[in-house]
Design a protein around this ligand. Structure first.
Ligand SMILES: Nc1ncnc2c1ncn2[C@@H]1O[C@H](COP(=O)(O)OP(=O)(O)OP(=O)(O)O)[C@@H](O)[C@H]1O
Length: 249
């Protein structure tokens, strides 16, 4: 009988017994309750669930944008829930990429300047070959000298995606990244995120309402009432939609 080899897996981020309460007394809202989850490095994970189920709260906890009421959050081997504010700010700047629904580009800067801004702020030099490969994959090469107002929403979000990946972060968090995009621009962005994971070895975690967007992921986590209630690997849009109907979304 041959021995079974279990492939080693590395956790890019994990939550251990994470709860998050907002408010006090009768007004307390339980946004997350005892969540245990581990997100694999080199995977594309989508977080789905009905409105108010805790998706953004979980993303904010994992990304060190907010602190849990109880429980622990790790980025790789670093216990981020016990870092002070300054250390957490540096960790976010140096090791995490963010893509938000609203792009958050600086209007006075060109696309090229926006893309490398976090690296410049950190006092480092961009890896030009890496940045160029990201820009090429995103089809932004002929837009680099444009300012955000001279770009479409889809192009602005692709600049935001380039900025998120420019420093080769340990993990990229995307909160509803296609929420403000038309479907063609959304597809372009999702195709890029898929390639960033498959071809560039990046790790992406995305909150979305859209089953089609979730189908680009390797794994979907389903939240309901502040709990992770299920997960799906190699999701299809139809399977995700069916599951969301069960959750009453
Ligand atoms: N800063 C806050 N203060 C008070 N309650 C909050 C705060 N942030 C979130 N909540 C509450 O926590 C719960 C979870 O919110 P969260 O935004 O994480 O859900 P979500 O699944 O991302 O929702 P949506 O899909 O509508 O964006 C909700 O009941 C929400 O009203």
């Amino acid at each position: 009988m041959s021995a079974t080899t279990i492939a080693p897996t590395t956790s890019a981020a994990r939550a251990e017994g994470v709860s998050k309460f907002y408010g006090t007394g009768d007004a307390t809202v339980i946004a997350l309750k005892d969540v245990h989850v581990s997100l694999q490095a080199g995977q594309f994970t989508a977080i789905m669930g009905p409105s108010g189920s805790g998706k953004s709260t979980l993303l904010h906890m994992l990304a060190g944008l907010d602190r849990p009421t109880s429980g622990e959050v790790f980025l790789g081997d670093t216990r981020i829930s016990s870092l002070n504010d300054k250390a957490l700010t540096l960790l976010r700047r140096d090791q995490i990429g963010f893509i938000f629904q609203s792009f958050n580009l600086l209007p006075t800067m060109t696309a090229a300047e926006n893309i490398v801004l976090p690296i410049r702020i950190a006092g480092r030099k961009p890896d030009q070959a890496w940045v160029q490969s990201i820009v090429d994959k995103l089809g932004l090469a002929d837009r680099l000298s444009h300012r955000p107002t001279e770009l479409s929403g889809g192009q602005q979000q692709r600049v935001a995606a380039a900025r998120a990946l420019a420093s080769r972060p340990q993990i990229v968090f995307a909160d509803e990244p296609t929420g403000a995009l038309d479907s063609a621009s959304g597809t372009e962005l999702l195709t890029f995120l898929r390639k960033a994971v498959k071809e560039l070895g990046q790790t992406v975690v995305m909150v979305t309402h859209d089953p089609t967007a979730a189908s680009y992921a390797d794994r979907v986590l389903f939240l309901a009432d502040g709990h992770v209630v299920d997960e799906m690997f190699e999701p299809t849009a139809d399977a995700v939609l069916d599951f969301m109907k069960h959750l009453g979304a």
